[in-house]
Design a protein around this ligand. Structure first.
Ligand SMILES: Nc1ncnc2c1ncn2[C@@H]1O[C@H](COP(=O)(O)OP(=O)(O)OP(=O)(O)O)[C@@H](O)[C@H]1O
Length: 234
């Protein structure tokens, strides 16, 4: 079953603070991703990879085209055009988004930050914290940092906390916008291994990676945003 289907998607930005000048985001994008499949968006800087991903989460609106999300019961929703309350519901229950940057409130320790999505899902606090500790350890976060606010962490540590928070309680679709951008290769590959598990659990994923080995390792399909087609080897 196609989980997410993108049809003839185009975006033109209008910069109102600059007299309404138009900037081409991306044009005529078509791809689809099934349950348990990983699609990577690939292409030169500025071609619109991040903007497409933001359209799927509707951080950005779409100029034209459709983004069809199919629910478990077979009903479908067009993310490009649905109302805001439907979108809020999709973000809460179906679609997760992990960026490069950690956004957290001050004075909350790393374990609590990472445990929260599980608690929100209904898991009890104790087992949620255990799972958070396990994931943080797996990603190489020192135990002495567990109860410290990630706001004082290094860039790479913050990014690992961000990934942990983003993948601990996956929904049915996971969007990843260069989540490993400032990690070294070995930490990146650890993240990839966890993503393999999530994929095996049936989550549909769309991601952007700069590390091509990581991209190859996780991807079932690669969509070349410049050529507007799937890359040949996939
Ligand atoms: N909010 C915005 N307002 C105006 N233009 C924007 C906005 N967001 C993105 N753009 C433009 O859209 C184009 C695509 O940007 P985008 O960030 O999607 O590219 P990308 O392929 O992800 O690049 P990179 O690999 O460098 O991250 C760029 O020309 C960018 O300047």
């Amino acid at each position: 079953m196609e989980k997410l289907k993108v049809r003839n998607l185009s975006k033109e930005f209008t910069v109102h603070t600059r007299g309404g000048i138009k900037i081409q985001g991306y044009q005529n994008i078509n791809f689809e991703v099934k349950k348990g499949e990983f699609l990577s968006l690939y292409g030169p800087s500025g071609m619109g990879k991040s903007s497409v991903l933001k359209a799927l989460y509707r951080t950005y609106t779409t100029t034209s085209g459709d983004i069809i999300f199919t629910k478990e019961n077979g009903d479908s929703i067009n993310i490009a055009t649905c109302d805001e309350s439907t979108m809020l519901d999709l973000r809460k229950n179906e679609i997760g988004y992990v960026s490069q940057f950690l956004k957290v409130l001050p004075r909350i320790g790393a374990v609590d930050v990472v445990a929260q999505p599980l608690i929100d899902k209904g898991e009890d606090e104790k087992s949620a914290k255990e799972a958070a500790k396990e994931l943080l350890s797996y990603l190489g976060i020192k135990e002495e940092l567990f109860n410290v606010s990630p706001l004082t962490f290094s860039g790479g540590e913050q990014q690992r906390v961000n990934i942990a928070k983003g993948i601990i309680a996956p929904k049915s679709v996971l969007l990843l916008d260069e989540p490993t951008a400032s990690l070294d290769h070995s930490n990146t590959m650890k993240v990839i291994q966890r993503l393999q598990k999530i994929k095996a659990d049936g989550v549909a994923m769309i991601g952007i990676f700069h590390d091509l080995e990581a991209m190859e390792a996780i991807s079932d399909k690669v969509f070349d945003i410049k050529e507007k087609r799937y890359a040949d080897s996939h």
